[in-house]
Design a protein around this ligand. Structure first.
Ligand code: ATP
Length: 528
């Protein structure tokens, strides 16, 4: 498929891929608000965009920075047992041989020979259509929250089209990796709806390759990292040798990762360039890994609540034992209810000593820990909470989006779009408005207020347009507080009101009068 898409196409594609029988146009509204207000837009849009790559505009960049800063603060700075790391994006290619990525970081890929579209085989679901005990054909759909319902609808449509009498059996969804060879030509392509054009699945390695140095031969091949985690394993010894850490301890990192995803989709949910926040928590080989696994699942869940992700949108998925990698002891995903379905947000994996042992084997460097108390040397085990900054940003955007009714300038109720970000994570904390822009005294006082607050938080100064419209713009940006400088502030309505301002709360739209001097401490308390 052509990787170059213009924004309108990308938008429609995103909206279409999200639409299910029961969804509203919520996701389309969120995508368009992100574009309109400067949260997120397609990368290199002036050239038509590049599929799977996104840019964060002024508000999006602040939102992401707040997510990163908050995580780093809670995960690293406020703890004695976790240290930070910033490893390089391009590492020695042997790292990726040891980790298993060169050999096995693949997704099963399927081509549609007619439409030239590519799919991930595990995202195509199909079922035989059984009528009166015999198979009348096959139906297929792309992964969504309503796979069985959509397949059933298609099965009924096929029955009507072929005018076959008899009882239609309930569909039996399977993904395309489970298709038997004789079924492959019979399953319709999700692109054309016709059977016969899908190829059998084949392994596609998702690592981006590049060359290091002047020569472009096999020996110069290197990879853009597909995860940040291997930096922590490869540097385990170096961090240990600094002498600051004792088991149990963790190494945390935030950074870009790259995966040549076969089907980037659902807006930023599955991108080809994205940012991860990962932490490797090293424990003793004799420690109770389940206790630590539970601890980190709870920690991640609590952290999400602390940045305003509602508990009601979260759930937990424990990977069944038979689907785990051979070295894995257990993996739990914290799932989030996106408008396009319940999907993985944060994975918490108990990986045993696999990664350190592999690096010891491939590098010849022992990856062991010496316990002074017991005089025992061993390879530590690891618990890994891994999450994408972009996925958290998307979950926060989806959680924050809200429509309510608010009076316009003439007092008539109108629909108000408001992003109800937690003040801690909101891109702009406070907006400052002079009531009128053509009154120099009001403007001067407003700028004084802006400068008073600026050292403490992100402030947006806005003097353009009617005050109601300025409030609405900030509601869409998710700014929790608005401060208006009016004639009372100047002392024109009595000396007792001089140097007081109105403070407006985004969610309740209530306004109260506050002394200018009290503003900074009051707001700081609310945003921390
Ligand atoms: P999936 O099965 O969805 O491809 P994964 O289980 O391979 O994802 P991990 O390798 O565990 O994902 O990555 C850890 C986290 O990084 C994920 O929980 C997710 O938040 C984020 N992440 C992974 N791939 C992407 C991507 N293509 N775009 C955005 N975020 C991603």
């Amino acid at each position: 498929m052509d990787p170059f898409l213009d924004f309108t196409q990308a938008l429609h594609k995103t909206a279409r891929s999200m639409a299910g029988p029961n969804t509203s146009d919520l996701m389309e509204k969120i995508v368009s608000l992100c574009k309109r207000r400067g949260f997120i837009f397609p990368s290199s849009e002036i050239y038509g965009g590049l599929n799977g790559f996104w840019d964060y505009g002024p508000l999006g960049a602040e939102l992401k920075k707040n997510i990163r800063d908050r995580w780093w603060e809670d995960m690293v700075r406020r703890r004695d047992d976790i240290v930070g790391l910033e490893s390089s994006i391009i590492m020695h290619p042997k790292v990726w041989e040891a980790s298993g990525h060169v050999g096995g970081f693949t997704d099963p890929m399927v081509d549609c020979k007619t439409s030239k579209q590519r799919f991930r085989a595990d995202q195509i679901f199909f079922s035989p259509v059984v009528i009166g005990g015999s198979t009348a054909g096959y139906v297929s759909v792309l992964e969504s929250e309503w796979i069985a319902e959509e397949l059933q609808e298609k099965a009924e449509a096929l029955k009507r089209k072929k005018a076959i009498q008899g009882k239609l059996d309930p569909v039996q969804p399977r993904d395309f990796t489970e298709a038997r060879p004789e079924e492959i030509p019979l399953v319709p392509s999700p692109a054309t709806g016709e059977p016969g054009s899908l190829t059998p699945p084949r392994a596609f390695n998702m690592m981006f390759e590049t060359w290091v140095g002047a020569l472009r031969d096999e020996s110069a091949i290197a990879y853009l990292r597909p995860e940040t985690a291997q930096g922590m394993f490869a540097d385990f010894k170096a961090v240990l040798d600094t002498g600051r850490v004792k088991i149990p301890f963790g190494i945390a990192q935030i950074g870009k990762s790259f995966r040549n995803e076969i089907t980037p989709r659902n807006f930023t949910f599955r991108s080809r360039e994205f940012e991860q926040m990962e932490m490797e928590y090293f424990i003793s080989d004799q420690d109770d890994w389940q206790k630590w696994h539970r601890y980190w699942i709870d920690w991640c869940r609590d952290w999400l609540l602390s940045v305003g992700v509602p508990e009601s949108s979260l759930s937990q998925y424990d990977h069944p034992k038979e689907k785990l990698a051979f070295y894995s002891k257990g993996t739990a995903d914290i799932m989030f209810r996106f408008p396009f379905g319940v999907q993985e947000l944060w994975g918490i994996a108990a990986r045993g000593d696999y990664d350190l042992s592999q690096h010891a084997k491939f590098s010849g460097t022992p990856m062991t820990y010496f316990d002074e108390a017991t005089k025992r040397r061993y390879v530590p085990h690891v618990i890994e909470p891994a999450v994408g900054v972009d996925r958290i940003a998307l979950a926060i955007l989806c959680s924050a989006y809200c429509e309510d009714q608010a009076p316009d300038e003439k007092g008539n109720l109108e629909t108000r779009v408001v992003m109800k970000f937690h003040p801690r994570i909101a891109p702009i904390k406070v907006a400052v408005f002079p009531l009128l822009k053509n009154k120099p005294d009001l403007v001067a006082k407003a700028k004084e207020t802006r400068d008073l607050l600026r050292p403490h938080m992100t402030v947006f100064y806005d003097e353009a347009g009617a005050i109601g419209r300025r409030y609405r713009r900030q509601d869409e940006a998710g700014t929790p507080f608005g401060v208006t400088i009016d004639f009372e502030t100047l002392g024109e309505k009595g000396p007792e009101l001089k140097d007081t301002v109105t403070l407006r709360d985004r969610d309740s739209m209530k306004q109260e009068r506050i002394k200018m001097g009290d503003l900074a401490p009051l707001l700081l308390e609310k945003i921390r």
